[in-house]
Design a protein around this ligand. Sequence first.
Ligand SMILES: [Zn+2]
Length: 478
Amino acid sequence: MTNQINFNKLFKSLLFLILLISASLSAQEAKYVFFFIGDGMGLAHVAAAEAFMDADDNKNTSGGLSFTKFPVTGLSTTFAENRFITGSAAAGTALATGHKTSINTIGMDAAKKLPLETIAEGAKKNGFKVGIISSVSIDHATPACFYAHQPERNMYYQIALELPASHFDFFGGGGFKDYGGADGQISVVENALNQGYKITDTKNEFYELKKGDGKVIAMGSVLEPSGAMRYAIDQTHEDIPLKDFVSKSIELLYSEKGFFIMCEEGKIDWAAHENDGASAVNNVIALSEAVESAIDFYRKHPDETLIVVTADHETGGFAMGSSLKKYDSDIKLLKLQEISAQSFTVLADSLFSVRQNQNPEFAMHLVEVYFGLGGETGIPLSDYETEMLESAYFVSAGKTELESNQEYQLYGGYHPLAVTATHILNNRAGLGWTTWSHTASPVPVYVLGAGSDSFNGFYDNTDIPKKIARAMNINFNN
Ligand SMILES: [Zn+2]
């Protein structure tokens, strides 16, 4: 009997001990924080990317992306203070500051009067090292929302001048959209150099960056005129992939003090605006690989690392189905596309400037080569699809004029031939687009690590930085 009582006692105290340990483990502070934002990445973009990775096997079940396997998932609303369908500036401000603001506002209140402290600034103030990474230009809306405070997102020069004033430790990915420097004005590069930043723009310089190099702005080795890195589908060995910016920021920022790293994959949104499914899924995969760099770090510091992956809004009204294919899907057809619709636009425009190329037959040849549609080698097209492509060619060549509303609805202000080709290819794959803009659909949140439990459920985008701050045990923006 005595033995029985002792056993019960022992069992109870053991149970208590286990509860205590697990409570203290789950209450472990997040010292190393990764905040990934897939710009424009809705559930369908994620699902299509996984289906694309599995496309050769014709199944959609392996969960090939790194972050969809995270143990905690949530859903977040995205509306802006003054519009149901948000934009990247208002959504970025919500994710960075925990406050709703008006469309196009960067890190300020809705009246565009008061600056709002961001979680990155809060982290810096509390002794964390801070890194800001984006695959588009570093003065673009999403990254800007973490370090700048401007009434309009298109004030790129003013935003870039604010960058070194943040004293953040690492900026990486794209370059600048507006370098400034005209008419005796200081250039944004000179301004950053004056304030002690080291700036790199080649692969060699980038991979040689090491701890002790001080504050760094690491720009991609191949940048588009917009300052963005190339689309993942267009990248070669000459480009520095997004995942390497994450690994490098970890290498440079890791210390006992902890870090906060925000990494945006901005071109999921650009591809989705252009209704270019193949480019969108390739950039979702690039984001997944960047998250893998963070997961590698998490494995070494599981009790102190928090990884949050979410989106600022959904773009394109993207759907895993098309009216053309009804209940069928053939996602692997996206693999027929060789280059992004944007690169196709640049290429086609230069080829069409040669007189002998100015005919619909040459347009159909390009569509065959770059999108795998029609001709001898591509998938056979219906008469209707051929007609759509030829009409698009005549509009691009300025030989047909459409009423502006009709032209916008058909081509969204993009290259008519490029977007007609992506529409046909995407619809054949069983993917649909409903808009050239953003939508108000809630977006997914995937979370792993210290403090992740609070991310379960359905909440607003303004709750996300508050949850992160609680996990880090810091106050900001009070
Ligand atoms: Zn956005």
